[in-house]
Design a protein. Structure first.
Lengths: 317, 317
C-alpha cells in the first residue's frame, strides 16, 4: 500500500499493508487531517519513526467482530495494554505501555490502511460528513479542557493562538457562555472566528492592553506563548497548556509561585462528546479547512500545512 | 535603631526608627527567623533593597488601637491597598498594589522595630513560646497547600527538599493521613523528620526507584528540583511548586502536556490556622532550629543560615 513515511525525512512510498493481530481491526483510510503534532514529529518530537497521522475517518475492512466490517469509523488514538490500572479505569490515554497512532510505537493514518484495536473505533453518525468527522480527534482534545477545568459563565477567558487548535479550543470553550477572546497574529484567521460571532484580538492589540484573565489557554504552538500566557493570568488563575512542541523553553518560575497560578497540561480527549457536539451542530470545524489534497500529493500537502498561516489540510485517499 | 540592611551587600547599621502612618502599628521585634527567601533576596530576588526579614514575633509598642499596645503578636506579611477587589475578598496577599514585609516595598523584621498595618497583626496565644510562634509565617505558607489542593488520605505524596520549608510542608501534609515521604540529600535532616515518625528517603534512594506519586511538592529550592518533580508525578497528578529562587530554568513542557500534569504555584497562607496547629501541638517546628544568635551578630547569623545543611537560624533582639 501507499504510505507517507518519516524516517528522518518524509516520503511517499510503498510498504506492506498492516496485518492487525486479534482484537485489532484493519481500517481503510478515506480522509486524514494533518495536525501540528505531525509537523513537530518531523522536527524530532517523540523521536517517532514510521507513518505519522492520527486524525482520520475510515471504513472497517476486517475485524473479528463481523458486525463492524463496512462501518464508517473514527478511532481513539491511544491503544492501552488492557492490563494496567489506567486501562482498568478507561484511561488508556495514560497507560504507561500504550502505543499512540502515528505518534508512538504504531503506524498512523497517512497510509491507505491502518490498524487499531476494535475497542478504539467509534462509528460515525450518518448525518456527519467525512470532512466534519475527521475533526473528531482534535475537537476531543479541545474538549478535554472541559473535563479538567471548571469554566464558569462569568469567567474571562483568553485563548492564545489562532491556528487549528486554538480555534477549536475557542469554539468549544465558548459553549460554556464564558467571556472569551481569541488572540492571534493573523487577521484572516481571526476573521473566521469573528464571523461565527466570536470575540477576537490581534496580538498587538492584546499587548497594548494590560488585561489579565481568569483562564488562559496556550495553544499558539510557540515557546514564546508560555511566557505571554503566564503574564496574562490573574493571581490564582489557571493556565491551560495545550501546545506540544519539540524542545525546551526557558522560564522564570517565580511568577507561578508568587501569583499562585495553576498550570494544567492537557492532551487527548474522549471521542463520544466530540461526536455529539459535531452532530448537534454546536461547532462547525469545516471553516478551518484550508485545502484538500489527493493522497498522491501527500508530500505537497504536508509542505502546504507547514506554510505560515495554513489551517487544516486534509488528505483524501 | 539597629537594622540589617541589604543594598547590594548586607550590613548591620543604624537607621531611623520607623514612623508608622495611621492604621499601622510600631512593633518591637523580639525574635526573627531567617528564611531562604531572605537568602535569595541577597542574590537579586525581587530586586529588594532595604531591611529584609518577614518571620517575627514582637510586642506592639504603639498603635491607634490602645488595646493592642503591649500585645505579643505575629504579623501577616502582605499589606494590601484596601481598595481593590482582592483586598475586598480578604486576599491582600494578591493585591496588585501590596507591599510585602522585607520582600517588596516595605522594610522587614531584621531590625529592632518594624511597622505593619494593625489588621495584619495576630495575637500569639500565651501557651506558645516565641520560638514556636516565629514559625507561624512559614507554617502558614506550608498550610497554604491544603487550601489549594485536595490531599486525600489514600494519596501517595512526595515532598522534595529536606530544608526548613520541605520539613514544614511534610509535617503539615502528613496530618491529612496521606502516605507521605520526605526526600532530601542530608541524612541528619531527614533523621529529624523520621524521629517524629515520618517516612524519609535519601535522594539517591529515590533515584534508584521508579515510583511516581499522586502529588509531588517541590520545596528543594533548587532549579534541578523542577525536572525531578515533573518526572515523579503520575499522569494527571499534581505538582505543587513551593520554591522561589532568583533566575530562570530550562524545561521541556511536553511531559506536562502528555501526562496532563497540574502545576500549582503556592506562596503565603493564613496565620489563624497555623497558630491553631501550633497551639494544638500538631506540629513542633522547634526541632528545625539550628542556632539562635543575638541581633548584634546578625551578619554572622545570616552567613550561618547560608551554610549547606543549615536549618532555621533565629535572631533574638
Amino acid at each position: 500500500m501507499k504510505a507517507l513515511i518519516f524516517d528522518g525525512t518524509l516520503q511517499l512510498t510503498e510498504i506492506p499493508k498492516p496485518d492487525p493481530p486479534p482484537g485489532e481491526a484493519l481500517v481503510l483510510v478515506t480522509t486524514a487531517g494533518i495536525c501540528n503534532t505531525d509537523v513537530e514529529i518531523t522536527r524530532g518530537y517523540m523521536n517517532f519513526r514510521g507513518v505519522p497521522g492520527h486524525e482520520f475517518v475510515g471504513k472497517v475492512e476486517a475485524a473479528d467482530d463481523s458486525e463492524l466490517v463496512g462501518a464508517r469509523v473514527v478511532g481513539e488514538i491511544n491503544a492501552g495494554c488492557d492490563q494496567c490500572s489506567w486501562c482498568a479505569q478507561g484511561m488508556e490515554r495514560h497507560c504507561p505501555n500504550r502505543t499512540v497512532l502515528g505518534i508512538a510505537g504504531r503506524d498512523g493514518a497517512f497510509a491507505e490502511y491502518l490498524g487499531l484495536p476494535v475497542k478504539n473505533l467509534v462509528k460515525v453518525p450518518h448525518s456527519l460528513s467525512d470532512e466534519k468527522a475527521v475533526f473528531t480527534e482534535p475537537l476531543a482534545a479541545a474538549m478535554e479542557i472541559l473535563e479538567q477545568v471548571k469554566i464558569e459563565p462569568s469567567h474571562r477567558v483568553l485563548v492564545l493562538g489562532d491556528g487549528k487548535l486554538g480555534q477549536l479550543v475557542a469554539m468549544v470553550l465558548r459553549l460554556t457562555g464564558c467571556d472569551l477572546v481569541l488572540v492571534g497574529k493573523h487577521r484572516d484567521k481571526l476573521e473566521l472566528f469573528a464571523r461565527g460571532g466570536g470575540s477576537v484580538l490581534l496580538l498587538d492589540e492584546l499587548t497594548a492592553s494590560k488585561e489579565r484573565f481568569d483562564i488562559v489557554v496556550e495553544a499558539s504552538g510557540s515557546p514564546s506563548g508560555w511566557n505571554l500566557a503566564v503574564s496574562r493570568v490573574k493571581p490564582r488563575g489557571i493556565l491551560v497548556l495545550k501546545s506540544t512542541y519539540h524542545g525546551a523553553l526557558s522560564f522564570n518560575p517565580a511568577p507561578l509561585v508568587i501569583n499562585e497560578i495553576t498550570v494544567v497540561g492537557s492532551r487527548c480527549g474522549r471521542f463520544g462528546p466530540a461526536l455529539r457536539v459535531l452532530e448537534a451542530g454546536l461547532v462547525d470545524p469545516t471553516v478551518l479547512i484550508a485545502a484538500v489534497f489527493p493522497f498522491d500529493q501527500a508530500e505537497e500537502a504536508f509542505r502546504r500545512s507547514q506554510e505560515r498561516g495554513a489551517l487544516k489540510v486534509l488528505l483524501k485517499m
